[in-house]
Design a protein around this ligand. Structure first.
Ligand code: SF4
Length: 105
């Protein structure tokens, strides 16, 4: 496991833990948008537009994967963005994507 993969793994682990702890309170309006250049965003390959995802680095990315249909997304249907436990205190774009994407059950 490369150090980069290890970092991503621990971030995903941390995200899962905060989900278990219940982070619904984070789903607030008017959170600042995640900057694609943020360290966490870069580490997870977050982009505000799923079509801009790095397909070489993330071959499992598919065009129909986006924050809006991710299990971790806390925005409402129709919202332009919403909270995500991976980016605490910030808002991801409904059409965004990161490598922690998990299909909504
Ligand atoms: Fe969060 Fe999912 Fe969007 Fe990644 S794809 S930023 S985990 S909502």
């Amino acid at each position: 496991m490369s150090s980069s993969n290890r970092r991503v793994f621990f971030m995903q682990l941390a995200a899962g833990t905060s989900l278990l702890a219940g982070t619904k309170a984070m789903a607030q309006a008017a959170l600042p948008k995640v900057d694609e250049k943020d360290a966490t965003a870069v580490a997870l390959g977050y982009v505000a537009d799923t079509t801009k995802a790095d397909k070489k680095k993330y071959p499992k990315h598919a065009a129909d994967q986006k924050c809006g249909n991710c299990q971790l997304y806390q925005g409402k249907a129709g919202d332009a963005g919403g909270a995500c436990p991976i980016f605490a205190g910030k808002q991801v774009a409904a059409n965004g994507w990161c490598s922690s994407w998990v299909k909504k059950a």
